[in-house]
Write a protein that binds this ligand. Structure first.
Ligand code: AMP
Ligand code: MG
Length: 418
């Protein structure tokens, strides 16, 4: 990492970095973790698959019935209905019928049960009239109907899941359907974080004059938990150079990524940037976004580092956009599944040209299916209630001004981590 983008110091007026460019820089800078771990499939949920999974069997493994009904030989269907057949046995799922079946005979069969060798068609129960061991079929039926074939879902020797995907609940089902109990995954990233600021008190402490409770460690805990990483919470660190340096070094040696919040601006008691110049290769970016303009990003001893702003809403917005991407990269995954939608804005919104706004909104769908979005109210970067009420960001482009009520706006629906 170089300090080429050190616009915070060198070019304060003109070098605002766009959100797009910031995302690109982060994507390029972060290498996926390489360590592999073989896990029982349940423990692999949410992990990144490290190797292709190939099926050694067909699914379904045998021809079976798609309906409850009667298995017959379709040669019999060439005669015109009504037709009568003799029921000579039954085939249940897991309990097949093994005997011979002649053209005028049939076998009672259940959904998922193996087809008798001599049968190729199933007549569903509702289309038959049964009297003792005789069934009557009154209408025309298609040859080969209601039969599932071997390998119809998954054919033997095909790649079922590709390396690099995140394992989902459906995948656990797929893996078990092909008899696989363990998969090779990549190790889970470990993320260390701490808050800085003499004014910050942890829960359980009493607030003195000028103090506030630390909330960033809790929002970060929540988002990181949803991002499915291991967490190392290093607490609140006072504005003390030695303490901050020691904590950053400990974090760099133990974690795969470090986050701090606060202390990265140019306030007199803000030591983080000063220490980072000494022990890391960190860029101090000014990003053309609101909230969350100042952001430090770089490496401390090869461990990626984010110096998030102190304000609670800025922390959440930058974590959502940038830290989430970085974790996705560490996991070796490609995208964040951000759903960008167009919605009708119900309120006028204040916006100054110059930066991209990520205002907090409430996205709804009317009964006619129209997407609408409403502001959460006050949009200051200290108004944490705006985050708690929101289910989306209203993204207003860098050069746009105010939005009038009724205009269509771009909305970024939260993907479940806020
Ligand atoms: P700073 O970047 O340290 O100057 O902080 C900017 C603003 O965010 C100040 O109002 C801080 O009090 C506030 N702040 C910083 N860290 C936290 C935190 N962990 N929880 C809540 N507010 C914070
Ligand atoms: Mg501070």
């Amino acid at each position: 990492m170089t300090n080429n983008n050190d616009c915070f110091k060198n070019d304060p007026q003109h070098a605002l970095l766009t959100v797009e460019k910031t995302l690109q820089q982060i994507k390029q800078a972060i290498e996926p973790l390489k360590t592999r771990q073989t896990l029982a499939i349940r423990d692999a949920l949410g992990r990144t698959l490290a190797e292709n999974v190939v099926s050694s069997i067909n699914v379904p493994p045998h021809r079976n019935s798609a309906m409850d009904g009667y298995a017959i030989n379709s040669e019999f269907l060439t005669s015109a209905p009504p037709l009568q057949l003799t029921v000579i046995g039954s085939s249940f799922a897991g309990n097949p019928f093994h005997g011979k079946v002649s053209v005028t005979e049939c076998v009672r069969i259940m959904t998922g049960a193996m087809m008798p060798d001599d049968c190729d068609t199933v007549i569903m129960q509702e289309d038959t009239l049964r009297t003792e061991n005789i069934i009557q079929i009154n209408k025309q039926h298609e040859k080969a109907q209601n039969v599932r074939h071997p390998g119809e879902d998954i054919a033997k020797n095909t790649t079922v899941l590709k390396a690099g995907r995140q394992i989902t609940p459906a995948d656990l089902g797929l893996l078990s359907s092909i008899g696989i109990s363990e998969v090779t995954t990549y190790r889970k990233p470990k993320v260390a974080f701490f808050s800085t600021g003499d004014e910050l008190k942890s829960l359980g402490e009493t607030l003195g004059p000028g103090d506030i409770y630390d909330s960033n460690r809790y929002t970060l805990f929540g988002m990181l938990t949803k991002l499915d990483v291991d967490i190392l919470d290093l607490g609140v660190i006072a504005d003390d150079k030695t303490l901050i340096r020691e904590t950053l070094e400990k974090a760099a040696s133990e974690a795969d990524m470090i986050l701090t919040s606060g202390g990265a601006s140019v306030g007199e008691a803000d030591y983080v940037s000063e220490i980072l110049q000494e022990i890391g290769q960190v860029n101090f970016w000014k990003i053309a976004m609101k909230p969350g303009k100042p952001l430090a990003f770089g490496m401390i001893n090869n461990t990626p580092y984010f110096g998030l702003p102190g304000n609670p809403v800025s922390v959440m917005a930058t974590c959502y956009l940038f830290v989430q991407l970085a974790i996705t990269r560490l996991k070796g995954l490609d995208d964040n599944n951000h759903l960008s939608l167009q919605a009708r804005c119900l309120n006028p919104l204040n916006k100054a040209p110059g930066r991209t706004d990520f205002q907090r909104g409430i996205l709804k769908q009317t009964t006619d299916g129209v997407l609408t979005v409403e502001t959460t109210g006050l949009q200051g970067s200290h108004i944490l209630t705006s985050m708690s009420l929101a289910n989306c960001f209203i993204v207003i482009p860098q050069n746009s001004g105010n939005v009038a009520a009724g205009e269509t706006v771009e909305v970024l629906a939260f993907n479940g981590i806020i």
